[in-house]
Design a binder for this molecule. Sequence first.
Ligand code: UT7
Length: 328
Amino acid sequence: MTEKVTAAITAVGGYVPEYRLTNKELETMVETNDEWIRTRTGIEERRIQKGEGLALSDMIVPAVLELCKKRGMEPSEIDCLIVGTITGDYPFPSTANVVCDKIGAKNAWGFDLAAACSGFLYGLTTGAALIESGRYKKIVVVGADKMSSIIDYTDRNTCIIFGDGGGAVLLEPNFDGFGVLDSVLKSDGSGRKYLKTEAGGSLLPTSLETVQKKQHFVYQEGAAVYKYAVKGMADAVHELMERNHLTADDIAWLVPHQANIRIIESTAHRANIPMDKVMVNINKYGNTTAGTLPLCLWDYESKLKKGDLIILAAFGGGFTWGATLVRW
Ligand code: UT7
């Protein structure tokens, strides 16, 4: 029994839309092929939210309700809801506000956290700090994105990669050393030139011209991002393991951001962690940006055992990256 309070993950929820955008269908949209996409990225299909009037919040609501049901609690018990995302329902108000309204989380405050693919990882540390402060008992951390809303389906550099979906975890105080134990979080804004949405902010407000130039869509220099991602994730995992005196044998699971199977394999390889201890679902969902980490936890929940040490790692736009150690 330790005196120190940690933020334990006490429930997980997730959601992916029904529609499957396959590599075959993408072949009819851009100059690409199934073989290239599979071998270069590991992706077979991604989910797309179709339908008028549907937005990010409509994917988060079922994930959070699932989490509440599993925990046997009412949404009104949530103290704070943090949404890691870059594709909120509106520029403002925050999607956290919309979700809380839709599920009846009347006693919660909340906010959106924009750290692209690292949104959930940053949210986990932020939520854990709120628990550790002693002021809050139930924090929901969401990672979710509707990437199809900002993807140009004539750009083969990006449209083959991204998908829609996300998940959520509940953080609660724990006095036995379970939950979020340590994080190595980094950022480098000079990387913004490689991965961004150019227009729609205060630098370049949306106009007819920005839309005609397709500046409201994601722009990515894939090869450059790839290089930084491989190094960033591996270095963060290494630093986290070293300062916690951990070897690969101590780690039950590596939970890497799902951007490219080659980045995942190389991160695992550099940490000496065999692929059978690495969560992978990129083949089914593609890159859901802030959604990938909670979707992995959601998919692999039945395989996780109490006490397992897991490392979550991400790299994304900003640049933002890092690694977090959790005792399940
Ligand atoms: O989650 C946020 C962080 N994002 C990432 O971590 C993504 C990191 N980047 C990547 O995953 C990879 O860079 C991509 C999957 C985006 C691209 O893979 P790549 O192996 O880096 O390809 P490349 O851009 O270097 O292109 C290699 C070749 C080029 O042809 P040439 O010039 O060698 O003749 C491209 O034109 O592949 C071609 N190519 C394609 N061919 C078929 C590029 N995209 C495609 C495509 N289908 N969709």
